[in-house]
Design a protein around this ligand. Structure first.
Ligand code: KG4
Ligand code: ZN
Length: 340
């Protein structure tokens, strides 16, 4: 079965072809980062309009690169939510119309399910059940994953997401949008021990997170004394270290608490090298295995949607015509709500 995946939930237009026999045939991505950088963040209306411009040409070039025709497509999966409503509608409309014209099934997917299952595209791949740490721009969650569609929330952020904290802190340090990767790069030359930043909720006894206080602590530092470049690097490194420490500690508790021996890390912040190094070290010591998606599939992409769609459609998940989008949508609702 050849599945076309379409991702348009935010500022990346992603398309991919996944074949249930041959695996991922190809994926293509157009990032709107340069367009939004001028405004210091994503402008939803501009994002929607750009998806309209990019999606069909991108799909055509994907098919060409993979030496496939439109009529080879057996099913279509698109991101139904959560995300920006207008941006989601572009992917949903194209997916539904194409599916109607080709007379193939169409499935609306949860964006985080795409992230969550993307480590299964790597080799070696984890096996169910596992604990997943989802760290993106909009979410920070620990989930127990027992199978496709069987997700149980163990803990989540009570305020900012990890990626959001990276982005907001980067802004405070005068770094360009998107802040996460820029802050991580600056942190490489900094001293993570110079500034004592809080480790929010480290000892809270549950698996929840809080990151907004950390951003405020950085704001206090920046306001206190206009930092020079060295101090900025040290702040970046100290901030990154604090976030990484909390993410690692809670992930370890989740794996131990569930009595499992595999941790899967997904979402944009999963690309962070300091987090990967700290997690791998801790995992080795604690005797569990840690899995990541391939590096280019950490941030938003069409491949994870094509892949999750293939798993869903293979499992006989209901797929209908017509379309809806869900700008807000909790992942553990998937247990009770059909995805069609
Ligand atoms: O999963 P994603 O591409 O989009 C969402 O679904 O939100 O995640 C984007 C987030 C942004 O906040 C970005 O700053 C962060 O992931 N990010 C990083 C790194 N790469 C991306 N944060 C820290 N270090 C990185 N290397
Ligand atoms: Zn994402």
């Amino acid at each position: 079965m050849l599945v076309l995946g379409i991702e348009t939930s935010c500022d990346e237009t992603g398309v991919a072809l996944y074949d249930t026999g041959a695996g991922l045939l190809g994926h293509t991505l157009y990032s709107q980062v340069a367009m939004h950088a001028e405004y210091g963040g994503v402008v939803p209306e501009l994002a929607s309009r750009d998806h309209v411009r990019r999606l069909l040409p991108l799909t055509r070039s994907l098919l060409e690169n993979c030496a496939r025709r439109l009529t080879d497509i057996d099913a279509i999966a698109y991101t139904q939510g959560p995300g920006l409503a207008g941006a989601l509608l572009v992917g949903a409309a194209v997916a539904a119309s194409l599916a109607y014209a080709l007379k193939v099934p169409v499935a609306g997917l949860h964006h985080l399910e795409g992230h969550l299952l993307s480590p299964l595209l790597a080799s070696p791949a984890p096996r169910f059940p596992f604990v997943a740490l989802l760290v993106s721009g909009g979410h920070t969650q620990l989930m127990r994953v027992d199978g496709v569609g069987d997700y149980q929330l163990l803990g989540e952020t009570v305020d900012d997401a990890a990626g959001e904290a990276f982005d907001k802190t980067a802004k405070l340090l005068g770094l360009p949008y998107p802040g996460g990767p820029a802050l991580a790069q600056l942190a490489q030359s900094g001293n993570p021990k110079r500034f004592k930043l809080p480790r929010p909720m480290l000892a809270s006894g549950d698996l929840n997170f809080s990151f907004s206080g950390l951003k405020t602590a950085v704001l206090t530092l920046v306001r206190g004394a206009d930092p020079d470049n060295d101090a900025k690097a040290d702040i970046a490194a100290s901030f990154q270290q604090a976030i990484v420490e909390v993410l690692v500690a809670k992930s370890v508790s989740a794996v131990a608490g569930e009595g499992l021996d595999q941790l899967v890390v997904a979402g944009g912040v999963g690309a962070n090298t300091a987090l990967r190094e700290a997690l791998s070290k801790k995992a080795q010591r604690s005797g569990f295995a840690v899995f990541y998606p391939p590096q280019d599939l950490c941030t938003d992409n069409g491949a994870m949607i094509a892949f999750a769609g293939a798993l869903r459609l293979k499992g006989g998940a209901p797929a209908g015509t017509g379309f809806t989008v869900r700008a807000r949508w909790e992942l553990d609702e998937l247990r009770t709500v059909s995805i069609a």
